[in-house]
Design a protein around this ligand. Structure first.
Ligand code: SF4
Ligand code: SF4
Length: 171
């Protein structure tokens, strides 16, 4: 009997509390703006430097690239070489969403998107190639506004500088 009364008391107590049930997928959950849902790739920023792939603790970033030689742009100038990205893929069945790859990328090519609805029936489909990683860019939220009291960014200072004029030769 004491157990029954205790149980009924617990039921009565919780009856008045607001429900915490999340009715997903009928109701989308509230997610903080910087949620780690999926990683998006801005391909044009990627230089195939491999920093992200080397830093990934789970070795789940696959990059293939080749070198391309660009002709000299001026007479007597030197040819230049650049990396061309052939493959960039992330295996989300191995990824632990630590964000190290995004932190170490020196060229802001990787970004967090809050999208999380990409479950698959086949685990192999969790390898997202660069085309799919690029599509996630459309869902990346804009960066937060700068603190109004912060120092002016170096890029803005440089852009606002007046152009240097060539020194005039004295006669
Ligand atoms: S979030 Fe972490 S585990 Fe996932 S790809 Fe990036 S470095 Fe690797
Ligand atoms: S660290 Fe950035 S630039 Fe380098 S390979 Fe990775 S995504 Fe590309």
């Amino acid at each position: 009997m004491p157990g029954l009364i205790k149980g009924l008391a617990t039921t009565a107590r919780t009856l008045a509390r607001p429900t915490q049930t999340s009715e997903y997928p009928d109701v989308q959950p509230y997610l903080p703006p910087r949620t780690r849902g999926v990683i998006a790739l801005m391909e044009e920023n990627c230089t195939s430097c491999m920093s992200c792939s080397r830093a990934c603790p789970n070795w789940c970033i696959y990059i293939d690239s080749h070198k391309e030689t660009l002709p000299a742009t001026t007479e007597g100038g030197r040819e230049r070489q650049r990396n061309v990205l052939d493959r960039f893929a992330i295996d989300f069945s191995l990824c632990m969403y630590c964000g190290i790859c995004i932190e170490v990328c020196p060229f802001d090519a990787l970004h967090w998107s809050p999208e999380f609805e990409y479950a698959e029936f086949d685990i192999l489909d969790l390898v997202h190639e660069k085309a799919r990683l690029g599509q996630w860019m459309a869902t990346v939220p804009p960066p937060p506004a700068l603190d109004p009291h912060s120092a002016e960014p170096q890029e803005t200072t440089a852009a606002n500088k007046s152009a240097r004029t060539a020194p005039t030769e004295s006669t």
